[in-house]
Design a protein around this ligand. Structure first.
Ligand SMILES: [Zn+2]
Ligand SMILES: [Zn+2]
Length: 178
């Protein structure tokens, strides 16, 4: 199973932000943020300025905590973000979506909305007992977050590069051990 489309989308976007830390950092310019916003169809208040960029960059540590905290500690972390972010879940409807849930008002700063929406998405993950779907990349020396939305839980790497690197390393190991 995977989660409903909102949750999937939110987790995928949050993972991109967390992994954008790099190196190299892929969220350094307002243009980087704009690309991210367009790709993930963000609506609501978007300042598209340096201050917004800096606050989103700063939120990445907390986003990482939300995604990767161990199962037993996750509820506390999630509840704290929901509380401090002033979560007020509301049903909203805007193109191209039907009715769906927003965790905070559309006028709140982007970084706040990202954090609270991710906390709400993570609460769905915890409720369904699926926290093991979020892990760190199986490649050595890669700390990227991996959100596994596959039916058979087969996603272990953050991307093709890490997958290929691990496959090549495994191949070399087989060669050397005959
Ligand atoms: Zn929406
Ligand atoms: Zn990786």
């Amino acid at each position: 199973m995977s989660f409903d489309p909102d949750v999937n989308e939110c987790l995928t976007a949050a993972a991109w932000l967390v992994n954008s830390v790099g190196p190299p950092d892929r969220l350094q310019e307002v243009a980087d943020l704009e690309r991210f916003l367009d790709e993930h169809h963000y609506t609501g208040r978007l300042d598209r300025d340096r201050a917004e960029l800096e606050s989103v960059r700063a939120s990445r540590t907390e986003l990482r905590r939300l995604l990767t905290t161990e199962r037993d500690e996750a509820p506390e972390v999630i509840n704290t973000v929901l509380r401090t972010g002033g979560a007020v879940p509301q049903l909203v409807r805007h193109a191209p979506r039907g009715w769906h849930l927003h965790a905070v008002d559309a006028t709140e700063p982007l970084a706040t909305r990202l954090l609270v929406e991710t906390a709400l998405a993570m609460s769905a993950v915890v409720i369904s007992g699926e926290t093991s779907r979020i892990s760190t990349c199986a490649a050595s020396r890669c700390e990227n977050v991996v959100v596994d939305l596959t039916r058979n839980r087969t996603k272990r790497f953050c991307g093709v590069t890490c997958g290929n690197r691990a496959a090549a390393a495994a191949y070399r190991l087989r060669q050397s051990t005959g």
